[in-house]
Structure formats: structure tokens, C-alpha cells
Design a protein around this ligand. Structure first.
Ligand code: AMP
Ligand code: ZN
Length: 467
């Protein structure tokens, strides 16, 4: 397997630190609102990376945090007149609901920053003791970037350039810095803010220290993969490396993976431009599997553009796969003969599986992997019918489902929907169509699909099946 490593700016062969095991850490969201569809990209991409490692037989220890203390959370709490804790707890729960809808496997652990303060104080103390950090007069603790020779190695920035760039920028309240590139590990509380006791002042941690501490606590001094969106390369991940490597004396992560950004209608997503969508808003219109399928239709490192048309074509693409699987399930139930027919070529199927794996082995090229699935769907549609053998139909179905499962685009629906309910919904859809309310008709079809029911409009009327 090859992985593009931001650190070396090259695709490298993946060799795990411990045979058969992968330790990975993904920076999670700051929880002050519903997550937006940009936040959903790393969540989906790195869940897929994890699933593919599992498909290859690795045991994956997957840690992803929630940043539950930060300026934006405090601001929102003040606006609502509640505790910061109330805000973060609320949006962690909401984020988990969205993740479930996106068919994201729960992390092995999802630690919260506020529950790891002791570990942060310990690491900061260690950094001060070894000269890598210092406390200013006001109690702010800074990391001394000049003490870490390799500072800049991830973002490929040079400390001298950074220093001259930063010299112009004066951050209020950070007068005690020795050098403009030094960054905050601990800062004094402001009026009305949550705070913790520390040897330097009552205050709270800077943002970067939490990931260094949690990664070490739950995965050890060294990990295989550290990941997040590309905006985290600098300063967040650069600073994490400085803290962890200065404190632990070992290389922190072997592979650094970063997803590209999601834009909307070719523009940066922003509230002020009005092109901002939360995952929750999208879920009102689409099954979230469609959003997941959409995200994986591009290579994770490329920018991806979100638009209504692209979502529609993702919906159609996913429907095509689900319908093919539905057909195979039907045939499986009715197939009688066990004998393979001439047109039932398992090698052709295997070749497409190899094509899929080659794509995924090449830095998780999900776009090409999806093309291989479409080729399997085509093969299935043209090579199976009522005369097919059960063996071949089952083989094809299981192959397609297994490959889709790595991408997380087919879920086993737990809720069973009763036949009567299905008939009633179909009748509602027919009525909507008669009334020319096609939006409603589509919505009903989508709801049925969410429950694993595929409709087929035939001359004899609407047929349905479970997938
Ligand atoms: P934040 O809550 O801002 O710390 O972001 C959580 C994760 O979402 C980080 O890995 C970010 O890099 C990622 N992220 C934020 N906005 C986008 C976007 N528009 N496209 C892709 N990833 C994003
Ligand atoms: Zn982080």
C-alpha cells in the first residue's frame, strides 16, 4: 500500500510500526455547532482509510478527539447564557448522530480535551523542565520554537522566514513571547471563562497541546498515521510535532495524511456568502449515504466541489449500485441451479476486485475504486437473470457488498419496515405523481431507499424489493 505523506511530500510504501496493527489519530471537530459538510470530509475519508486497513486484515486503533474547550464554544455559551460545557455536550451528541447517519464506525476512543487537562499540565511541565517551553510573567506558557531544530518540517517552512513573517503580527495579550513564532501551551483565564488550576495561573490550555497528549495516552509515543484537513498542517500539526517530539524524544507519527478542502459552487464555504450547509441540513434532503458517496467520488487530497447537480448524480450513482444488489438478492432467493453457466466468469469478477484493490492501495483512490464497483454492477446486470446459478449470484452479491462496505456506502438497516407500510408509502407516491408533485414522490422513494426498499416502475405497476 502506498500513502502520500505530507512530511516527505511523496507517496511512500506503508509499513506499520507493529506488524498487523495500525495506530491512527484524527483531529476531530471543535463542537460549538452542528458539523458542516466540510467537517464531514475528514470524518468520511479517514473512516474509509480505517475500513480499508481492516479489510486488509489490520487491527486498527483509531482515536479521534472532540475539542470541547475553545474561544468559539465560550462565545456561543455567552450568547446563549449557558455553560461552555452545555454547548459542547450538546454538539458532541449531535455530531455523533450525524456520524451515525454517515455510517462512520465509532472510534476506538474519542477523548475530550476537558477530561485530559492533567496530562496536558504534565506535558507542559516536562517541556518547561527541558527548556522547550517557558512561562511569561502573566502566567502564559509558550513553546520555544527555536529549541526544536526541526520546526517547520511538516509544512516545509523555514523558521527564519516564519519569524520575519510573524514579526509584523502583534497578537494582543501575547507580549511575553520571546519569539514571534512561539506558540501558546497554556493561557490565563479571562473574566467569566472556564478555567483550571495550574502551576502558572488559573487558565486553560492552548489548542495544540490536547492532541499531543491524547495521542500519546491512547496510542503511545509513536503512531503510524496522524490525519486531518489540510488547513491543520500549519500551525496545528507542525506544533503538535514540536510538542510531542520535544517531550518524547521520538518521531511522533510516521505518515501524515491531509484531506483537501470542500468548496461550494467553486467558492469557499462561508456563512457570509450564504453557501454554508450543515450535515443536518443535507440529511433533510438526502440519505447521508449519498453525501458519503459524493465525498468518496473524488480523491481525498483533491479539492471537491459541492453542488446540487453533483449530489443528484451521486444519488443516481448510488441508486444504481443498490438496485443491482437488490436484483442479486432477488435472484439469490429464486435461483435453483447450482451449476455455473458459461457466462458466469468468476475470473472477470476477480479482475475487477483486483482493480478496486489496486486503486485503494494507491493512496486510497476511492474515485477509481468506485469505477471498479460500477464495472461490477455492469457485469452483474448483463450476466445474471432467472437462469443464473445461486453460487454465482451469491458470489457477485457478496463481492459487491464487501467492496461497498469498505467505502461505508451500504448499511444494514436495523429497522424493519412492514409490508403494509411499504404499500401505503407506494400508494402515497403514486398519488403524489398523479398530483404532479414529483418532489414529494421522489422524497417518498428516497425514504423507502433509506429503509432498504428499492422501487421499480414496471408496466404492471410499481414493484418493490428489500435489499
Ligand atoms: P474544526 O472544527 O474547524 O477544527 O475542523 C474539523 C476538521 O474539519 C479539521 O480536520 C478541518 O481541517 C476539517 N475541515 C474544516 N473545513 C473544511 C472544508 N471546507 N473542507 C474539508 N475539510 C474541512
Ligand atoms: Zn489535533
Amino acid at each position: 500500500m502506498k500513502i502520500y505523506n505530507t512530511l516527505s511530500r511523496q507517496k511512500e510504501e506503508f509499513v506499520s510500526l507493529e506488524p498487523g496493527k495500525v495506530r491512527m489519530y484524527v483531529c476531530g471537530p471543535t463542537v460549538y455547532n452542528y458539523i458542516h459538510i466540510g467537517n464531514a470530509r475528514p470524518i468520511i475519508v479517514f473512516d474509509t482509510v480505517r475500513r480499508y486497513f481492516e479489510y486488509k486484515g489490520y487491527e486498527v486503533n483509531f482515536v479521534s478527539n472532540f475539542t470541547d474547550i475553545d474561544d468559539k464554544i465560550i462565545k456561543k455559551a455567552i450568547e446563549e447564557g449557558v455553560d461552555a460545557d452545555t454547548i459542547s455536550k450538546r454538539y458532541i451528541e449531535e455530531c455523533k448522530k450525524d456520524m451515525e447517519g454517515l455510517n462512520v464506525k465509532p472510534a476506538t476512543r474519542s477523548p475530550l480535551a476537558t477530561e485530559e487537562i492533567c496530562g496536558m499540565l504534565e506535558m507542559i511541565q516536562k517541556l518547561i523542565a527541558s527548556g522547550h517551553a517557558y512561562a511569561a510573567e502573566d502566567g502564559t506558557v509558550y513553546f520555544r520554537t527555536s529549541s526544536f531544530e526541526e520546526y517547520g518540517k511538516l509544512s516545509h517552512k523555514n523558521l527564519d522566514d516564519l519569524q520575519s513573517g510573524f514579526r509584523e503580527i502583534k497578537v494582543t495579550g501575547e507580549d511575553g513571547k520571546e519569539d514571534p513564532t512561539d506558540f501558546v501551551l497554556w493561557k490565563p483565564k479571562k473574566e467569566g471563562e472556564p478555567f483550571w488550576e495550574s502551576p502558572w495561573c488559573e487558565g486553560r490550555p492552548g489548542w495544540h497541546i490536547e492532541c499531543s497528549v491524547m495521542s500519546r495516552k491512547y496510542l503511545g509515543d509513536q503512531i503510524d498515521i496522524h490525519a486531518g484537513g489540510e488547513d491543520l498542517i500549519f500551525p496545528h500539526h507542525e506544533n503538535e510535532i514540536a510538542q510531542s517530539e520535544a517531550a518524547n524524544g521520538k518521531e511522533f507519527a510516521k505518515y501524515w495524511m491531509h484531506n483537501g478542502f470542500l468548496n461550494i459552487d467553486n467558492k469557499k464555504m462561508s456563512k457570509s456568502l450564504g453557501n454554508f450547509f450543515t450535515v443536518r441540513e443535507i440529511s433533510e434532503k438526502y440519505d447521508l449515504q449519498v453525501l458519503r458517496f459524493f465525498m468518496l467520488s473524488a480523491h481525498y487530497r483533491s479539492p471537491i466541489n459541492f453542488s446540487a447537480e453533483l449530489m443528484e448524480s451521486s444519488k443516481n450513482g448510488l441508486d444504481r449500485i443498490l438496485t443491482a444488489v437488490g436484483k442479486l438478492k432477488d435472484l439469490e432467493a429464486s435461483a435453483k441451479t447450482e451449476k455455473l453457466l458459461d457466462r458466469e466468469d468468476k475470473n472477470a469478477v476477480q479482475e475487477l476486485v483486483s482493480k478496486y484493490e489496486a486503486a485503494m492501495d494507491d493512496d486510497f483512490n476511492t474515485a477509481d475504486a468506485i469505477s471498479a464497483i460500477f464495472e461490477l454492477v455492469k457485469l452483474s446486470n448483463s450476466n445474471t437473470d432467472e437462469s443464473s446459478s445461486k453460487e454465482f449470484v451469491t458470489y457477485l452479491k457478496e463481492t459487491i457488498v464487501r467492496l461497498c462496505d469498505v467505502l461505508g456506502i451500504i448499511t444494514e438497516k436495523e429497522e424493519e419496515i412492514l409490508d403494509d407500510e411499504i404499500e401505503a408509502m407506494i400508494a402515497g407516491r403514486q398519488q403524489a405523481r398523479k398530483d404532479k408533485n414529483f418532489a414529494l414522490a421522489d422524497e417518498i422513494r428516497g425514504k423507502l431507499l433509506e429503509k432498504g426498499i428499492v422501487l421499480e416502475d414496471t408496466r404492471e405497476g410499481v414493484k418493490w424489493k428489500r435489499i
